[in-house]
Design a protein around this ligand. Sequence first.
Ligand code: B12
Ligand code: SF4
Ligand code: SF4
Length: 375
Amino acid sequence: MSIPKMTPAPDREAIRAEARAQGFDVVRFARAETAEQTRIHFAKFIAEGMHGDMGWMEANADRRADPKVLWPEARTVIMVGLNYGPSGDPRETLKDPGAASMSVYARNRDYHDVLKKRLKRFATWLAEWSEVKLFVDTAPVLEKPLAQAAGLGWQGKHTNLVSRDFGSWLFLGEVFTTLAIAPDDAEPDHCGACHACLDICPTQAFTGPYKLDARRCISYLTIEHKGPIARELRPMLANRIYGCDDCLAVCPWNKFARATAEADFLPRAALTTPRLKDFIGLDDAAFRTLFSGSPVKRIGRARFIRNVLMAVGNSGDGAFVPDVEKLLSDESPLVRGAAIWALGRLAPAAARSRRHDALAREDDASVRSEWLAEV
Ligand code: B12
Ligand code: SF4
Ligand code: SF4
């Protein structure tokens, strides 16, 4: 960023107004620090291995837990929120096993790109008076506790930030600055005796209120996790092929939520009511074209088809068998393994009859173990 000028910095309301003018729904200030209790909780989360194979969380744990370690000169964090509220209940698609249930946040443009573009414009303006660094989830920052400290909302029992104005549906981003700006008031916890989010989780991923074992979360399993999904969890995915919104959607504070007007977050035509049959046959080129600019592209075709095959296996619809059989010889072992499981669910006899020959040809250990499990 440019070298700060010596002219007096704008006051906090002018800074807030400028960030709002860049299109953020909420803009609030927090000190660039994390409470000790939060750091302890985070260290425990890592020590217990609840981050699974998200090794990047462990690798920079010190910086992630404390903004002062990340950037010692930072004085204030300007936290922003952008509303991506859906127009209906995203759980509706769960009622139809042939539907491809995709998380609300993945139905159009990647929010990182959308937020980053706006944060850059704002940070460039602020860089006239201070040093700045901007982040949208890509850097090691504990965004939710900072957002709670700034008063954007509170970390609910499902661990996400809940807003009194936007319910569960705020993306978070932040600009760190060397300016000392008076902080806003933190938001207290308003969960009370409610535990709806903990009860609804299809994989029982919460080990208690405010504690998530990411390894069981469908968001982790379908997006972050690179290998085969644990067999016992597969049926619990139902038709969720990318992320999960159940704990967010059930929160009673969504009565204050409003549908987003951001064109970038409204579902694309092809992703308004997607069906499993639209996705099962995608090759790499078609996958890349369909999900260009979308967060889904980040996971690549193999992981995506693995997820689709989990949902197909859960669909109970024998019409998928020919598509699944084609994928038994896919070049990706991840896809081949998932296809074996789906075939075993839809047509167990067909899976058994193919097993002997398939094992004779297969040399990938994980795919072999899928065949061996399909007895
Ligand atoms: C890693 C990650 C994940 C992981 C882990 C989730 C998690 N809960 O942390 C996975 C892949 C599972 C995931 C899923 C999702 N994610 Co995510 N994710 C992140 C990321 C990159 C880091 C989060 C992190 O540091 N987690 C570490 C753990 C330790 O933090 P924690 O669970 O919040 O734990 C705290 C509290 O629980 C508390 N605590 C722990 N024990 C105890 C005990 C008591 C008694 C108390 C009071 C408190 C307490 O202290 C801990 C430390 O602060 C952030 C972006 C960022 N840089 O912050 C986005 C982020 C959290 N994700 C986001 C979203 C949208 C999602 C999904 C909704 C996506 C989807 N629809 O599929 C789901 C929601 C799942 C859920 N219930 O959390 C948004 C959330 C926005 C918001 N309003 O909160 C973020 C902020 C991205 C963004 N920039 O907008 N995500
Ligand atoms: S996102 Fe879904 S799987 Fe993950 S914790 Fe929430 S309800 Fe459970
Ligand atoms: S569903 Fe209930 S417990 Fe969960 S975050 Fe919302 S208010 Fe809190």
